[in-house]
Write a protein that binds this ligand. Sequence first.
Ligand SMILES: CC(C)(COP(=O)(O)OP(=O)(O)OC[C@H]1O[C@@H](n2cnc3c(N)ncnc32)[C@H](O)[C@@H]1OP(=O)(O)O)[C@@H](O)C(=O)NCCC(=O)NCCS
Length: 185
Amino acid sequence: MTFKLPNVKLRELLLNDAEDRYQWCLDKEVTKHLNMPEKYPPFSKEETLNWIEMCIDKTNGYEQKAILDESGKHIGWVDLKNIDKLNKHAELGIAIGDKNYWGKGYGLAAMKEMLEFGFSQLGLNKIWLRVEVDNEKAIKSYERMGYVEEGILRQDRLRKGVFVDRLRMSILKDEYINKKEGMAV
Ligand SMILES: CC(C)(COP(=O)(O)OP(=O)(O)OC[C@H]1O[C@@H](n2cnc3c(N)ncnc32)[C@H](O)[C@@H]1OP(=O)(O)O)[C@@H](O)C(=O)NCCC(=O)NCCS
């Protein structure tokens, strides 16, 4: 099935994003599959602001960007981390924090923008990710984007006291280029 992807934009984070980010992190459905501390709230407002400051100042090794919908509304974040310049790969992370936007192609569209940034601006050759085996929604989205499974990372996440396996998936630059030609934007 071919969809016309929503027209999302990525922009650099702003200090003002902290409030939305804090609210999203209070939502256990949003954070269930994210690597977050086992406390509630997982991050205080101050910790959220500190994190955003580090992203803006690029002192934490993350290329983290805000996801905006067609009208400029802030709906989530996407990032590249563990950037290995020598071997030209990095790890992707994504969350659509505003659940009204789930299941409408926004995650896919934001991921595509980040892949474009990683492959063409950062000169990467592979973008990989780790996803919990029971995060079906995310796995489906990654497969739709053209990610393939590299293997299982056994008991890779300690979630509420239980070790959960994670899949490692990746997409190569050439695969992305082929895929994007067939994607309606
Ligand atoms: C994982 C996550 C980013 C996926 O985002 P999403 O926007 O819901 O996912 P997609 O962009 O792939 O949406 C595709 C769905 O929208 C539907 N859709 C509707 N309009 C569409 C369009 N124009 N284009 C593409 N898909 C569209 C598809 O049919 C599909 O539905 P289906 O899964 O029922 O088949 C999001 O669920 C999320 O933030 N989850 C919480 C955090 C998380 O788990 N992050 C990942 C950690 S590894």
